[in-house]
Design a protein around this ligand. Sequence first.
Ligand SMILES: [Fe+2]
Length: 255
Amino acid sequence: MNYDLIDICEKLEKDGYCLIDKFWDKNLDLEIENFFNNNIRPLEKKTKIDEYGNRCFSIADNEIQNNPFDKIKKSKEFIDLYKKILAYNNIETNNDLDIHNVISYQKNEKNLNKTISSKLHFDAFYLTIIITIKKSNNDLSGSTGSLILYPNLRKKSKSSINNYLFKFIFQNLIARWVLNFSFFKKKLRATTISVGNNKVILFYGYRSLHGNEALKNSNLKVNAIFHVFNPHKHSKLDSFIFNRNKKIRNNKLNN
Ligand SMILES: [Fe+2]
């Protein structure tokens, strides 16, 4: 990989995100394509339509077999990438480092009068790396589930409690409504990013408030998301929420 890792780190700090070219070969691309057709797409028929008019589900880590994204997770390029970024943030990496891989599927079924397809939130994990598996070509603005990003609003919290207090302040109905005013969008340098099929996006999911624009016009969006390093991994509250999310994920596919 010919990336300038320092350049990536600087872009992440300055712009809050960075787009890079994919770093795996054509064989793995083919494996991903087969995996999508044989293991992911068939699960759609088990799902219900959500409040945004989309069929959606996600599946994580070992919840699915033959996941080709395991190969990406173990690749030298990927490891070099996150190690460098975490080191730039003075975060030590060891064998205990947690990487949570989620495959997320969203297919628009009903055109509703919605402007978003997921609410603004902070991730539990510090670094977020998203690989596009499938994306419709219909790129009409506001209809493809583009990423909405309020970059680097916070630093790493000292404790899990502080982390949730911060989340509590921003992740509620009133805050989300206020943040949608153009004054605050401008003030907080909010941006909307459409990620192309052959690109990988990196951003600080823990530090940046983010969500997604609506998915409309039968558009499809399938991503492999890597969440890297949970600063509050050992807190009881975090384990509770992690397990709760797992149940929500599984319920979507088993009902
Ligand atoms: Fe997120």
